[in-house]
Design a protein around this ligand. Structure first.
Ligand SMILES: NC(=O)C1=CN([C@@H]2O[C@H](COP(=O)(O)OP(=O)(O)OC[C@H]3O[C@@H](n4cnc5c(N)ncnc54)[C@H](O)[C@@H]3O)[C@@H](O)[C@H]2O)C=CC1
Ligand SMILES: O=CC(=O)O
Length: 316
């Protein structure tokens, strides 16, 4: 079967994919446009896409040869999975493989923004460090503070674990359905605004898509308050970027740590200008082993489909 892999993968993942399927590895950095996605659906039996490839409803409107789309990544908001199902194309993702590394990046952002690490490094690299001072670059102590997690799924739980066991933090969370048996103390709060008002660090870990678009806007940042930090490792458009820029300018929140942006790879100049904004280029899963595991998981789904078995991570 002919498989389109829309980006280059790790050598181990490419080797495993090429051993099983007739692969075209696209050596590009830009994602597929809806027109290119439509062409790919017409030309290939199988597709392994990733975020940035725009498999919109329009992409599924043309003639379709493709029988299975195995997304490389946990988030699949770039694929219209309802349109895919209507066109008879099953879609899978790679949950679990991404969990620990993405939780680690959330903790990286919490620590960097609270302890002003980016700001300190910029100062040092600029040759402006004059030596240790008792009152220089004073940040916020993370241990013992309250973390409020929005979306207590796989990644949310892994973040909560790290915060509880690693930093002795109080854990509170908001989730659309009840969550139990976490194995450590954590309080579910059903009102997002109430939860934000209690949080020192609010961490966004919900899936992207129409339901969560701009879930965090001006009103939510006002609830977090001038001592509160906002962290987003989920999808950029869950946080209303214009409202975030206004909140930072008006000092309505203490700072922000972002791994994701509304219009990646565009990061507004206004956002880049804030010293209290830590900005990472979507590094959540950027570790060799993790990207290989993601590739292997996508491959497992493709093999299951090709052998007539149920794909383990089907989402539609
Ligand atoms: N920065 C990065 O590199 C990465 C980002 N991600 C993003 O993280 C997201 C979450 O991943 P997982 O934890 O594996 O997913 P998951 O499906 O295990 O967890 C999502 C949680 O959010 C909750 N939820 C969904 N909609 C909600 C809403 N409207 N309000 C409140 N709660 C809601 C669900 O009930 C679930 O508990 C992915 O969909 C992806 O977009 C994932 C991996 C890496
Ligand atoms: O953003 C990455 C993903 O796996 O989703």
């Amino acid at each position: 079967m002919k498989l389109l892999v829309t980006r280059r993968m790790t050598p181990a993942a490419e080797k495993a994919l090429a051993a099983r399927f007739d692969c075209d590895f696209q050596d590009v950095t830009a994602g597929l446009t809806p027109q290119e996605a439509r062409q790919a659906l017409a030309d290939y039996d199988l597709i392994l896409p990733t975020l940035g490839d725009r498999f919109t409803a329009e992409a599924f409107e043309g003639p379709i040869r493709c029988q299975f789309v195995a997304n490389f990544g946990a988030g699949y908001n770039h694929i219209d999975v309802k349109a895919a199902a209507a066109a008879g194309v099953p879609v899978s993702n790679t949950p679990g493989a991404v969990t620990d590394s993405t939780a680690d990046i959330a903790l990286t952002l919490i620590l960097m923004v609270a302890r002003r690490a980016g700001e300190g490094e910029r100062l040092l690299r600029a040759g402006a460090w004059t030596g240790w001072q008792p009152t220089q670059l004073l940040g916020t102590h993370v241990s013992g503070k309250t973390v409020g997690i929005i979306g207590m799924g796989r990644i949310g739980k892994a973040i909560a674990q790290r915060c509880h066991f690693g930093f002795g933090m109080r854990v509170i969370f908001f989730n659309r359905s009840p969550v139990s048996a976490l194995g450590f103390p954590a309080e579910q709060i059903d009102d997002l605004h109430d939860m934000l008002a209690q949080a020192d660090f609010a961490v966004v870990a919900v899936p992207g898509g129409a339901e969560t678009r701009h879930l965090i806007g001006a009103a939510e940042m006002a609830r977090l308050g001038p001592q509160g930090y906002l962290i987003n490792i989920a999808r950029g458009d869950v946080v209303e970027e214009a409202a975030l820029i206004a909140a930072l300018a008006e000092r309505k929140i203490a700072g922000v740590g972002l791994d994701v942006f509304e219009r990646e790879p565009i990061v507004p100049e206004a956002l880049r200008a804030f010293e209290n904004a830590v900005l990472l280029p979507h590094l959540g899963t950027a570790a060799e082993e993790v990207r290989t595991s993601m590739g292997m998981m996508a491959l497992d789904n493709l093999i299951a489909f090709a052998e007539g078995r149920a794909a383990p991570n089907r989402v539609n």
